[in-house]
Design a protein around this ligand. Structure first.
Ligand SMILES: [Zn+2]
Length: 123
């Protein structure tokens, strides 16, 4: 949702800056120009604020982009990120086990933990 807002603001800003630079006379008077320049500052300020929000605040993290795509949430946003950390922890354990052992399957408890947390986060 923020990406659409950001795109629209960037487009308006580009159009307005272009008009102020290349088609200055299309404005009625100095007051209108000052007003439009105020808009340019406003657009830039909002774009800066959007850029400052983190990926979760922008609703662009995996919870919003991936998890919710598979249906209604069973985990809250915070629970999802906590479960993702658990999932990554066990997946790393499995990978480390493969690095340290030439043959044989990964121990059952590690595999079960991986499957459990992968299912939780809909990986
Ligand atoms: Zn998030």
């Amino acid at each position: 949702m923020f990406s659409v807002l950001k795109e629209q603001l960037e487009e308006r800003l580009a159009n307005l800056e272009d008009r102020l630079e290349n088609d200055y006379h299309s404005f009625g008077d100095a007051e209108e120009v000052a007003h439009e320049r105020g808009k340019v500052r406003g657009y830039k300020e909002v774009l800066e604020l959007i850029a400052k929000l983190n990926v979760c605040d922008r609703h662009e993290c995996d919870y919003y982009k991936h998890y919710l795509a598979y249906g209604p949430p069973e985990l809250s946003h915070d629970e999802y990120h906590a479960a993702s950390a658990k999932c990554a922890h066990w997946q790393t354990k499995a990978l480390t086990w493969y690095d340290e052992h030439e043959t044989g399957p990964v121990p059952t408890h590690i595999e079960q933990q991986c499957r459990f947390w992968e299912a939780k986060v809909r990986a």
